[in-house]
Design a protein around this ligand. Structure first.
Ligand code: SF4
Length: 438
């Protein structure tokens, strides 16, 4: 069994409650929780209740009692949560009761009782992910595990080889999310562009039509749902070229999150990175010709064992030419059980720090230049939050939590989850400032 925190889940009630359950589970799985099938294996159990008729109330109360008896740590949510005393009178030891459709509260309660593990080399969402997530976007996990063996990573040993979800199941979940009000789908996995390889790209059915379990077909089908579709954790395999025209046509967001990790072929080889032999600079230039608005986000590791000053300089040169829009950088630190621990020539901490600072200086200079070029442009944004000082929104170029934002002053009657058409009036290193477009 993996060391990830383990959640048991009991879902009762109507299809609407089922959608809520799926949203809670999608969120928890994206944060690295394992969902297990027995009370005994779980560290904590969430019971999503129904309170529509008396029978349903009894069934819910029985389910809570059973979870308490067999596990002991129980969080209750769903319709019956609207009348918390019905639950706490009978079961005073439940840890928390939240109401219907309050999935942000359930996730927060889980965080409180059973915090997620965070490892920047493993996690699919950042530590800030424990903030409450607005309900207008959702993570859509399309596969688990990975067929690669990057030397700094232990995911394959923890989660196994690539196991893709059938295309019909992914599309059904995406469709339900959009019907429930989600306006942005964030596609996640360990290796999104490898989607379906383990299924031999098997044909599934969605809406009565055949669809293949392939990255491009998935992107195209998701793009037909009318929500923003953002692709994360894409490796630059040759077939990634096929989604760029979909981006140019506005079917999926012109945004690619590609964890390049380095720019030196020698270090990439030491890392055993997938697609390390691809000429990424040429590919990026071609993608931008087809889709000039393409935003590229990536993460890098500096100070990997054996990285010389010359390798690092190659990385800086690569970044200067690639001019990526959004960049994160980690200083290498050994992960227990990773093959890279056995590599010779570790880089001293102070050298790692110095390289990290030089890297980030260049990255923020590029980011500031790119954002300044957007001043005066009009764009459509999705509002995440409205406060006294204005609204915080995101454009197609901004993934939640990890990228910048668009701050709108005097937003008028906007609410979280609204679309807005804005004109960009200013910028700094990572964020844009805007006003409502007339
Ligand atoms: S591609 Fe590499 S870094 Fe990513 S999950 Fe697979 S082994 Fe780990």
């Amino acid at each position: 069994m993996s060391s990830a925190p383990r959640i048991g889940f009991v879902s009762l009630g109507c299809p609407k409650a089922l959608v809520d359950s799926e949203r809670i589970l999608t969120r928890l799985r994206a944060e690295g929780y394992d969902v297990v099938g027995s009370y005994e294996d779980a560290n904590l159990v969430v019971v999503n209740t129904c309170g529509f008729i008396d029978d349903a109330v009894h069934e819910s109360l029985d389910a809570i009692g059973e979870a308490l008896a067999r596990n002991g740590k129980v969080i209750v949510t769903g319709c019956l949560g609207a009348k918390p005393e019905t639950i706490t009178d009978l079961h005073p030891s439940v840890l928390k009761v939240t109401g219907p459709q309050a999935y942000e509260d359930v996730v927060a309660a889980v965080h409180e009782q059973l915090p997620p593990l965070h490892d920047p080399f493993i996690d699919l969402v950042p530590p800030q992910g424990i903030r409450l997530t607005p309900r207008h976007y959702a993570y859509l996990k399309i596969s688990e595990g990975c067929n690669h063996r990057c030397t700094f990573c232990i995911i394959p040993s923890m989660r196994g080889d690539l196991a893709s979800r059938p295309i019909g199941e992914v599309m059904l979940e995406a469709e339900r999310l959009v019907k429930a009000g989600v306006k942005e789908l964030l596609v996640i996995s360990q290796d999104t562009s490898a989607y379906g390889a383990d299924l031999k790209y098997a044909t599934g059915f969605w809406g009565g039509k055949p669809v293949k379990a392939r990255f491009t077909d998935l992107a195209r089908s998701l793009g037909s749902l009318g929500a923003w579709v953002r692709l994360h954790y894409v490796y630059p395999y040759p077939h990634v070229d096929e989604v760029i025209p979909l981006m140019a046509e506005g079917k999926v967001l012109p945004y690619l999150d590609i964890p390049f990790q380095h720019g030196s072929p020698r270090v990439l080889k030491l890392m055993k990175r997938p697609a390390h032999a691809e000429n990424t600079l040429e590919r990026i230039a071609r993608w931008r010709e087809i889709c000039p608005d393409l935003t590229l986000r990536s993460t890098f590791i500096v100070g990997f064992p054996g990285e010389t000053e010359q390798d690092f300089q190659l990385l800086l040169d690569w970044l200067a030419e690639a001019r990526l829009d959004r960049v994160g950088c980690f200083k290498y630190s050994p992960v227990e059980g990773a093959a890279a621990n056995a590599l010779p020539d570790p880089v001293p901490e102070e050298v790692k720090q110095e390289r990290w600072e030089r890297f980030m200086e260049l990255a923020s200079e590029i980011s500031a230049g790119k954002l300044a070029a957007k001043v005066g442009r009009r764009m459509r944004v999705l509002v995440d939050l409205v406060g006294d000082d204005g609204a915080i929104a995101r454009s197609a170029a901004d993934a939640p939590e990890i990228d910048g934002t668009v701050k709108i002053f005097k937003p008028g009657k906007l609410e979280a989850g609204d679309w807005a058409d804005v004109e960009i009036t200013g910028s700094d290193d990572y964020d844009l400032i805007a006003k409502i477009a007339r």
